[in-house]
Write a protein that binds this ligand. Structure first.
Ligand SMILES: Cc1cc2nc3c(=O)[nH]c(=O)nc-3n(C[C@H](O)[C@H](O)[C@H](O)COP(=O)(O)OP(=O)(O)OC[C@H]3O[C@@H](n4cnc5c(N)ncnc54)[C@H](O)[C@@H]3O)c2cc1C
Length: 431
């Protein structure tokens, strides 16, 4: 009898960990055929995208190549972009694959499954604010982060020249959640480094960063004390933080804040997320208002028990009527849980319920500090950590993801190589 087919769509924080684990536990012994599909050929952990955007992280060094990873972890990888689902025939529909010139390499395809896991993440939610789509950069994918980096370098080249001796570089970031706050601190760090690498005319005081937040304070999802500490650090760096300020539109010159115009050369929208729009009409599955697919506590969709959803695209209710937050730690926990439930399903055992555990939140202010809370559920988010301990905890989040993918030994080797690279390579990606 052919082994059951488990198909995972999306190889991000959740999907790649799941494929790796199922490959080791089921694929290796031919107990199931595991296939991962992603629209990209390589994986980079999404919480690092603001570092890609500023050049402090070189995506070419830190990315994982799916095909190579799959071949050593007992699963198959296919490049493709999900566009539809046929629940009756149990097949997913993938968009035609085209090359750089737009020529079709593969036509539209269907791939069958016995169990399907959707892990395609989220995209920025601009709430149909006029001009945002056309004028702002989003940090949803490595390509977008790289685009921001290119534009940042181009602006530095221009403003460093004697033709523009006094012009400032105005960067506006919409949304003071983790992404907006971390990006603004990282940009200050990058500015210091760029100065060291020959951009001597483009002094740091010519970089003007404004963070605009509609809510009454920054980091709305985090405890007030952490937000206050982060706000203080940003102000020390010279970031103009504007709370209770709504962006009403954007144009090529900047943002409109009601009647006031905020001039900006580069604009980043990081104010909220939603699941991709096509999930709204995906084969009759149920959604919430963020397009996330509704799941039962077992993480199976409410209307089809053969389909599981994990990570940012899952609408998983919490007992207090809120939703499991779209975070890397949620994706990690859900991947872990679905692996257990899939193995149970194959063994004819009952499905168990997922319980979200808030292990706290950490905000990296680049080299200027890290603040956060640990064990949110256990101590009500009250245990605030700062400085070295917070930095170590922040780095360990990524290390845990690497351990889930590569195991302890290889993760230690990767971090040693990372340290060596810090000595022998430029501290910033400069091209
Ligand atoms: C700049 C930034 C900083 C962040 N910092 C933190 C942090 O400090 N802590 C934290 O907990 N969270 C943080 N997050 C949030 C965190 O990154 C996400 O919650 C997490 O990555 C969600 O994991 P996921 O597996 O659901 O989706 P993702 O990691 O986004 O992966 C989705 C995958 O699906 C693929 N995909 C998408 N659409 C398709 C399609 N149609 N067909 C095939 N493949 C598809 C994508 O290529 C991607 O590989 C941050 C996010 C950003 C952008």
């Amino acid at each position: 009898m052919a082994s059951p087919r488990i198909l995972i769509i999306g190889g991000g924080a959740g999907g790649l960990e799941l494929a790796t684990r199922l490959g080791k536990q089921l694929g290796r012994k031919n107990r199931a055929q595991i296939t991962l599909i992603d629209r990209n050929s390589t994986h980079i952990w999404k919480p690092l995208l603001h570092e890609v955007a500023t050049g402090t992280l070189d995506v070419d060094i830190d990315q994982v190549t799916y095909r190579a990873h799959a071949s050593s972890h007992y699963f198959e990888f296919q490049l493709g972009s999900l566009i539809g689902l046929d629940r009756e025939s149990r097949e997913v529909i993938l968009a035609p694959l085209t090359d750089e010139a737009g020529e079709e390499v593969l036509s539209e395809r269907r791939i069958g499954y016995d169990y399907l896991v959707l892990a395609i993440g989220s995209i920025s939610n601009h709430f149909n604010t006029p001009g945002i789509q056309e004028n702002c950069i989003f940090l949803d994918s490595p390509e977008q982060a790289k685009r921001f980096h290119r534009r940042l370098l181009e602006a530095y080249i221009k403003l460093n020249s004697p033709k523009h001796p006094k012009e400032n570089l105005n960067i506006a970031i919409v949304g003071a959640g983790a992404t907006g706050v971390e990006l603004s601190a990282e940009l200050h760090h990058a500015a210091r480094e760029l100065n060291q690498y020959g951009f001597t005319e483009m002094r740091r005081d010519r970089l003007k960063i404004t963070v605009v937040e509609a809510g009454p304070r920054i980091l709305p999802a985090l405890p007030e004390r952490i937000a206050a500490a982060a706000h203080k650090e940003l102000t020390k760096l010279g970031v103009d933080v504007r709370v209770a300020t709504k962006v009403t539109s954007a144009n090529e010159n900047g943002l409109m804040l009601g009647d006031e115009e905020l001039p900006a050369d580069l604009m980043v929208w990081a104010a909220g997320i939603k699941a991709p729009d096509f999930l709204k009409d995906l084969a009759g599955l149920e959604n919430n208002r963020l397009n996330q697919l509704l799941v039962l506590p077992t993480l199976q969709t409410t209307r089809d028990s053969q389909i599981y959803v994990i990570g940012d695209c899952a609408g998983c209710p919490l007992p207090d009527n809120k939703w499991v937050p779209p975070r890397a730690q949620s994706a990690h926990q859900m991947a872990d849980h679905v692996a257990k439930n899939l193995i149970a399903a194959l063994e004819g055992k009952p499905q168990s319920s997922y319980l979200y555990r808030d292990h706290g939140s950490l905000i990296s202010l680049s080299r200027f500090g890290t603040v956060g809370s640990l064990m949110g559920n256990l101590v009500g988010g009250a245990m605030m950590i700062e400085g070295r301990i917070a930095r170590m905890a922040y780095i360990s989040l990524y290390r845990m993801h690497q351990v889930a993918l590569h195991g302890w030994f290889r993760t230690i080797m990767i971090s040693v190589i990372g340290r060596i690279n810090k000595i022998i390579r430029p501290r910033l990606k400069l091209h």
